[in-house]
Design a binder for this molecule. Structure first.
Ligand code: FES
Length: 106
C-alpha cells in the first residue's frame, strides 16, 4: 500500500493507504474524498479530478502527458502545480504524496 494525503480545500486532511496499480483519483474515490469527482472514470476527458500537488512533489512526479496538459485547460483555477489525479499512477515512488483539492471542480 502507498500512503497518500488528500487535503480538502477547507484544510481537512485524509491520510489513507492506496494500493499500487490504481490512480490517485481512484484512491480518492475509494475513500470518498470530497472534492475529487472523476466524472469520466479516468479517461482524461473531464478534468473533474483536478488537484494541486503539494511540496516538492510536482518535480518528483513524472511530467504530464500532452493529453493531460490539454485537458487541464478545462479545469477550474489552474495553478503551476495542477495535475489531473487520474493520470498519476500509484506506486511506491509516490509514497507520501500530498495533494489538495481546488475550491471547486466546475
Ligand atoms: Fe476525468 Fe481525470 S477523471 S480527467
Amino acid at each position: 500500500m502507498v500512503s497518500i494525503v488528500y487535503i480538502e480545500n477547507d484544510g481537512t486532511e485524509h491520510h489513507v493507504d492506496v494500493p499500487a496499480g490504481v490512480s490517485v483519483m481512484d484512491g480518492a474515490k475509494r475513500y470518498t474524498i470530497p472534492g475529487i469527482e472523476g466524472d469520466c472514470g479516468g479517461a482524461c476527458a473531464c478534468a473533474t479530478c483536478h488537484v494541486y500537488v503539494e511540496g516538492d512533489w510536482p518535480q518528483r512526479l513524472p511530467p504530464p502527458e500532452e493529453i493531460e496538459q490539454a485537458m487541464l485547460d478545462f479545469a477550474f483555477d489552474v495553478q503551476p502545480n495542477s495535475r489531473l489525479s487520474c493520470q498519476i499512477q500509484v506506486n511506491d515512488s509516490i509514497d507520501g504524496l500530498v495533494v489538495r483539492t481546488p475550491p471547486r471542480q466546475y
